[in-house]
Design a protein around this ligand. Structure first.
Ligand SMILES: Cc1cc2nc3c(=O)[nH]c(=O)nc-3n(C[C@H](O)[C@H](O)[C@H](O)COP(=O)(O)OP(=O)(O)OC[C@H]3O[C@@H](n4cnc5c(N)ncnc54)[C@H](O)[C@@H]3O)c2cc1C
Length: 287
C-alpha cells in the first residue's frame, strides 16, 4: 500500500523540529530511522500530515560518558551501538540485546531513540533501559526535562512524550565491577519479535545479590518489571539461589498476556525458562 499524502520537512536544527511540532501537534511525526513509522504509514496505520526528518541534527547523535552516566543520543543507530567500545564497556546489557533486534538492514537504519519512542511492548531496548535505571532527556520549545525509564513507558506504543517534545538522549548508569547482566529471548526465528524475553541487571556486593532488576518484554502491554520476584534475590549468594522457588513466586505474581501467536500458558513457561537462565548466568559470572 501507499501512505496518505504528507508534507516532508528536513530539520537542520532543534528549533526547526520544535517549529513543526508546535505548529502541527499530533498531526506531525518525527522521522528517525523510519523502520516503524514508514511501514505504519504504508499500511495506513499512521497518517501524519507532516513528517519532520531529524537525521541531520548533530545534537541527537553520539555516544559519550557524562559524569557517571553513558549518554546515548536518540539518533544512534543499532549498528553504531553494536560497534561501540563505550557501550560494550559501560552498558553491556544494551550491546547484548542489539543482535536480537530484527535483521541487519533494519539495524543499519533503526535508532535507539526510535525504538524507545515507538514503545512496542515486544521490543528489546525498552526492557533494557528499565533494567538499567536509565534517564530520558527530553526537549521542546519550552525547555528540557528528564524522565526516569520507570515513568516513560505508559502502554502499547504510548510514552510520557508530549506531541511537542523530542527525545534528545538517554543516560544509562555506568556498569561497575560488581554489575551482573543477563539478556535473552525466545523467538520463532532469528530476527522475529520475541515470544518472551528478559533483560536483567544485579550487583554482587559482599558475595550476595543486591538491587536485582528483572524486566520481561513481549508478555504485557509494556516492559514488565517484576519487582516482587526480584526482591527475593536480594541478599542471596548468586550460586545458591533456589531457581524453582523464584519461578513459582514469579508466576504467582504475574499472568502474561497472550498475543496473536503465543498463548499466555506458553509465555508463562518461557518466562520461567528465562528466569532460570538469568539465575544461572548471575552465578556463572560470579567466578
Ligand atoms: C521487519 C521488521 C522487523 C522488526 N523487528 C524488530 C525487533 O525484533 N525488535 C525491535 O525492537 N524492533 C523491531 N523492528 C522495529 C525497528 O526496531 C524500528 O527501527 C524501531 O522500532 C524504530 O526506530 P526508528 O529509528 O526506525 O524510528 P522511526 O520508525 O523513525 O520512528 C518510530 C516512532 O518514534 C518516534 N520518534 C523517533 N525518534 C524520536 C525522537 N528522537 N523523539 C521523539 N519521537 C521520536 C517517531 O515519530 C515514530 O512515532 C522491526 C521492524 C521491521 C520493519
Amino acid at each position: 500500500m501507499k501512505p496518505h499524502a504528507f508534507d516532508y520537512v528536513r530539520a537542520t536544527s532543534l528549533q526547526d523540529i520544535f517549529g513543526v511540532l508546535d505548529k502541527h501537534g499530533d498531526d506531525a511525526k518525527i522521522l528517525a530511522g523510519g523502520q516503524s513509522l514508514v511501514p505504519a504509514m504504508n499500511m495506513r496505520l499512521a497518517a501524519p500530515r507532516v513528517i519532520v526528518d531529524v537525521n541531520a541534527i548533530e545534537a541527537l547523535h553520539g555516544i559519550a560518558v557524562v559524569g557517571d552516566m553513558l549518554r546515548i543520543g536518540a539518533m544512534t543507530r543499532y549498528v553504531e551501538i553494536a560497534a561501540s567500545d563505550l557501550v560494550a564497556r559501560h552498558a553491556p546489557l544494551i550491546v547484548r540485546a542489539v543482535p536480537f533486534i530484527a535483521h541487519a538492514a533494519i539495524r543499519n537504519r533503526g535508532t535507539f531513540g526510535g525504538s524507545l519512542c515507538n514503545a512496542d511492548p515486544a521490543s528489546e531496548l525498552p526492557a533494557c533501559v528499565l533494567a538499567e535505571r536509565a534517564v530520558f532527556n527530553i526537549s521542546s520549545s519550552t525547555g528540557e526535562r528528564s524522565v526516569a525509564a520507570n515513568d516513560f513507558f505508559l502502554g502499547t506504543y504510548t510514552t510520557a512524550l508530549e506531541p511537542t517534545e523530542v527525545l534528545l538522549s538517554v543516560d544509562v548508569p555506568l556498569s561497575g565491577p560488581d554489575s551482573r547482566y543477563f539478556f535473552d529471548e525466545v523467538a520463532r526465528r532469528q530476527g522475529d519479535y520475541a515470544m518472551a524475553g528478559l533483560a536483567a541487571r544485579a550487583e554482587v556486593r559482599g558475595g550476595v545479590l543486591v538491587d536485582a532488576r528483572l524486566v520481561f518484554f513481549a508478555v504485557s502491554d509494556m516492559p514488565l518489571m517484576v519487582s516482587a520476584t526480584a526482591a527475593l534475590l536480594e541478599g542471596q549468594a548468586p550460586g545458591s539461589v533456589d531457581a524453582e522457588a523464584i519461578c513459582e513466586a514469579l508466576i504467582q505474581n504475574v499472568t502474561p498476556q497472550q498475543d496473536l501467536t503465543t498463548s499466555s500458558v506458553t509465555k508463562e513457561h518461557l518466562m520461567k525458562v528465562l528466569t532460570r537462565r538469568a539465575i544461572a548466568a548471575f552465578a556463572r559470572e560470579e567466578a
